[in-house]
Ligand binder design. Structure first.
Ligand code: NAD
Length: 243
């Protein structure tokens, strides 16, 4: 799909990967970028960056841990844009300290609500809207290299990322049926606020690998949108070994 002139929505766009993706969409000629986040101040600064890159920006402050807010936000975005062409379900959190099994119960549940359920609800409603318009669409869901291994310190995060991958792969038939391509992106370790840089379990990883920049992931997202053959698969952006 050609990004030029398209209407795009990115969740978790207040910071990190989501912000880089939102700004790169504007830079590549998207007409409108709907930026969604729980952090209103960060959203305003992402919107400014989107406008500086030449796109229209619409901010939507939503708590994606609540399915009813996810649905309302997509309905608002559909009305405000006249229909979304590209959706990136990207918002996510880790459980944080203390490590499993002493995890804070509410945080463990929130990981599944934000990372997995909001992604499923967002994908489901975006498909409904795209089908209603009879328009082709691209939906990208942020999984992780955590989908290919285990994480004893944060199994809920690992489970959420496995789930995002399986869900996205299961959407493959929608390509042939409706020309809607659902894809997962699996970043390696990226330099953003989510990474617990002081965690003991991550120290050997950070020592062995070159950490990615959010723009590395944004470029991979642009490539997924551009390649009309990709559906129901994952694109992995791996870390190079440290020098
Ligand atoms: N950074 C990495 O190393 C890495 C690696 C693989 C996958 N990921 C995934 O990339 C995605 C983006 O993370 P990031 O690295 O940019 O981290 P980040 O913390 O910089 O960005 C996450 C964004 O999601 C928003 N968010 C959190 N809870 C929300 C909620 N309830 N409702 C709405 N927005 C909410 C945050 O405010 C933040 O702006 C996440 O899904 C993360 O799991 C990150």
């Amino acid at each position: 799909m050609d990004i030029k002139g398209k209407k795009v929505l990115v969740t978790g766009a207040g910071a990190g990967i989501g912000r880089a993706v939102a700004v790169m969409f504007a830079d590549r000629g998207a007409d409108t970028v709907v930026v969604v986040d729980i952090n209103a101040a960060n959203l305003a600064s992402t919107a400014e960056a989107v406008r500086a890159a030449g796109g229209k920006a619409i901010t939507m402050n939503a708590d994606l841990s609540k399915p009813e807010e996810v649905i309302a936000m997509f309905e608002d975005a559909d009305r405000a844009t006249g229909g979304l062409d590209i959706v990136h379900n990207n918002a996510g959190i880790m459980t944080g300290e203390p490590d499993f099994p002493d995890t804070v119960m509410e945080k463990m549940i929130a990981v599944i609500q934000i990372n997995l359920i909001a992604m499923m609800v967002g994908t489901r409603i975006a498909i409904e809207q795209m089908r209603r318009r009879g328009a082709p669409g691209v939906i990208i869901n942020t999984s992780s290299i955590a989908a290919f291994s285990t994480m004893p310190a944060d199994p809920a995060y690992s489970a959420s990322k496995h789930g995002i991958l399986a869900f996205s792969q299961s959407c493959k038939p929608l390509h042939e049926a409706y020309n809607i391509r659902v894809m997962a992106i699996c970043p390696g370790v990226v330099d953003t606020a989510i990474v617990p840089k002081d965690a003991e379990w991550l120290a050997p990883v950070l020592k062995a690998l070159k950490i990615l920049h959010p723009d590395d992931i944004a470029r991979a997202v642009m490539d997924i949108v551009a390649d009309d053959t990709l559906a129901g698969e994952q694109v992995t952006v791996s870390n190079a070994p440290a020098d």
